[in-house]
Design a protein around this ligand. Structure first.
Ligand SMILES: [Zn+2]
Length: 143
C-alpha cells in the first residue's frame, strides 16, 4: 500500500482531546475490487489518533484526498494495445458501463484506453486493470 501524508488543519479540525493541531495521513489500497481510502489523523500535541477507512464518496473532502495522493505518488496510466485486443471492444464497453459510466463516457474511456491511456491513482487503475483483465482484455499499467 502506498502511503502519503497530508498536513492540513482545515480538513480534520482541532484535536478532539486537547484542541491541538492534527496532521492527516492519507493512504489508498484495494480490498477485493474496491478502492479504499484510509485517513489517519494524529494530534501533533497529545498524540491522539483516529482512523477513518472507507470508500470515496464518504468523506466530504474526497477531491482533496485524491489530489493529495496524485501530488505525492503521481498518476498511473492504463493502456490497452488495440491490435492485441481486437474484437474485445464490446467487453471493454461493458466494463465501463458496469462501473456507472454514461454511454458517452464509456466511448471516451475506450478511446483513451487504446490511445494515450487512462490516468488515475495507482489503486484506481489497479482495480480497473483487474476488471478489464477479467474480461480477457490485455492491459498495461505505467507509472
Ligand atoms: Zn491532542
Amino acid at each position: 500500500m502506498r502511503r502519503t501524508v497530508l498536513t492540513c488543519g482545515d480538513l480534520g479540525g482541532p484535536c478532539p482531546r486537547c484542541d491541538g493541531a492534527i496532521s492527516l495521513h492519507v493512504a489508498e489500497t484495494v480490498e477485493g475490487d474496491r478502492l479504499l481510502w484510509i485517513v489517519t489523523s494524529r494530534c501533533v500535541d497529545c498524540g491522539h489518533v483516529d482512523e477513518m477507512r472507507d470508500r470515496p464518496g464518504v468523506f466530504d473532502f474526497d477531491s482533496i484526498v485524491r489530489q493529495t495522493l496524485i501530488d505525492r505518488v503521481g498518476l498511473t496510466r492504463l493502456r490497452a494495445d488495440p491490435a492485441a485486443n481486437r474484437g474485445l471492444r464490446l467487453r471493454a464497453l461493458a466494463v465501463f458501463r458496469k462501473r456507472g459510466a454514461t454511454v458517452a463516457e464509456t466511448a471516451d474511456a475506450c478511446a483513451a484506453l487504446t490511445g494515450d491511456g487512462l490516468a488515475g491513482t495507482p489503486a484506481e487503475m489497479a482495480i480497473l486493470a483487474g476488471q478489464l483483465a477479467a474480461e480477457g482484455i490485455q492491459v498495461t499499467l505505467q507509472p
